[in-house]
Write a protein that binds this ligand. Sequence first.
Ligand SMILES: NC(=O)c1ccc[n+]([C@@H]2O[C@H](COP(=O)([O-])OP(=O)(O)OC[C@H]3O[C@@H](n4cnc5c(N)ncnc54)[C@H](OP(=O)(O)O)[C@@H]3O)[C@@H](O)[C@H]2O)c1
Length: 221
Amino acid sequence: MPVALVTGANRGIGAEIARQLAADHAFTVLAGARDPGRVEPRDGVVPVELDVSDPASVDRAAERVAADSGRLDVLVNNAAIGGSYTDSAADSDLGEAHEILETNLFGAWRLSQALLHLLREAADARIVNISSGAGQLEDMQGGYPAYRISKAGLNALTRILAAEEPAVSVNSVCPGWVRTDMGGSAAPRSVEEGADTAVWLATTPDPPSGGFLRDRRPIPW
Ligand SMILES: NC(=O)c1ccc[n+]([C@@H]2O[C@H](COP(=O)([O-])OP(=O)(O)OC[C@H]3O[C@@H](n4cnc5c(N)ncnc54)[C@H](OP(=O)(O)O)[C@@H]3O)[C@@H](O)[C@H]2O)c1
């Protein structure tokens, strides 16, 4: 049975990606969460304590994946924190900016480093980085600069890993504007819609690599 690890899987888009991979695609899903007690119990979903901003927590989770499963086929780097939309680059608190990059960029990078040895052994390995249109250079705007920079950096990580790891399909996804704690209640998309492209990239035969996709189609960087 294939094994996936999804970060930030206790709520929002991450919880829905975990649900779909287990229910619709027969994955054993390791549901990474800072508080594993908040992962909704489901068949095929196994809570794993994981704070992606804490190197010791990442190491412990990676050891647990190796010890319990002995394999990893899919890593979904979903965990993220936002920033204030009213922040400007000129006035941002750089301490907060560091925290945002620590989770959104270095968290994904650190976890990828810790798990690549298992992914390289898989026959059909994938990394799906949950990014955002907010990180698109083509349409870069003002507002929440640290979040935007974290997602632009995550997109660069996607390209670099795709180039360096030919045996692993590595892609970035923009889920669209989704009704979650981060997206708010006015967002037009459901979590099911927000999870769709990530789940598709995790499961479709012959996936692309080095892409940035929304609605299963490439979008500009
Ligand atoms: N919602 C949107 O409209 C939208 C649009 C574009 C992109 N995205 C991206 O989609 C992804 C999911 O967003 P969402 O809307 O589902 O957000 P959300 O509802 O705020 O959920 C965020 C998840 O990330 C987890 N998390 C935060 N910091 C973490 C850490 N240090 N270690 C482990 N987990 C951590 C949270 O866990 P806790 O419960 O412990 O805080 C939570 O499970 C994010 O990458 C986001 O940037 C969302």
